[in-house]
Design a binder for this molecule. Structure first.
Ligand SMILES: [Zn+2]
Ligand SMILES: [Zn+2]
Length: 187
């Protein structure tokens, strides 16, 4: 069975080198749907709590929310960094509190201090699915990711990663045999 969680990401980007309107900077509300597959955990009668999927995903993906996503070779990148630098917000601002941990994968690097994500490939809906899977595949048993952004959408299926042992009280994955939330089975 599958547990399905959704989250919203508002971001700005452009398709550098593309011939259509999307070569100009513009914004979207993207909706990401994550499908996690496993057996039903008898204790809680769930595969995995959807709010926990959301929390795990949001921890990393909040770096894309209210962020600018640019390809590494886009000449807008040094131009924007120059403006941020001159404005004194390149290394952060007191009002920029919604920050996930900085990450760097082969496909994307996050700079949460200035709400910027630099990607290797153009951030299309397909490109976003590749980035998200890469960031979350070791944390969740993801079997499907769908990403919609305006009228655009893409979806991809992934191989199930096998079953994980979960807490019968909280439904979350056990870490070294114990629940990180309630301490099961120790308490
Ligand atoms: Zn777009
Ligand atoms: Zn627990």
């Amino acid at each position: 069975m599958r547990s399905i969680a959704k989250l919203d990401l508002q971001y700005a980007h452009r398709f550098y080198g593309f011939r259509g309107e999307a070569q100009y900077l513009h914004g979207h509300t993207g909706v990401l749907t994550l499908e996690v597959e496993d057996t039903i955990n008898e204790g809680v009668n769930m595969v995995f709590p959807c709010n926990e999927i959301q929390k795990t995903a949001w921890d990393v993906l909040q770096n894309f929310d209210h962020a600018l996503v640019l390809r590494e070779d886009d000449p807008l990148l040094p131009a924007i960094l120059k403006v941020y630098e001159e404005q004194g917000i390149r290394d952060g601002a007191p009002t920029n509190r919604q920050r996930g941990p900085a990450f760097k994968t082969e496909l994307a690097t996050a700079y949460p201090e200035c709400r910027l994500v630099v990607t290797k490939e153009t951030m299309t809906v397909e490109g976003m699915i590749k980035i998200v899977y890469d960031l979350l595949k070791d944390k969740l048993n993801i079997v499907k990711i769908t990403f919609t952004s305006g009228m655009n959408a893409a979806t991809e299926d992934f191989e199930p990663g096998g079953t994980k042992e979960r807490c019968p009280r909280c439904g979350i994955e056990l870490v070294e045999g114990a629940c990180p939330k309630c301490g099961y089975p120790k308490v």
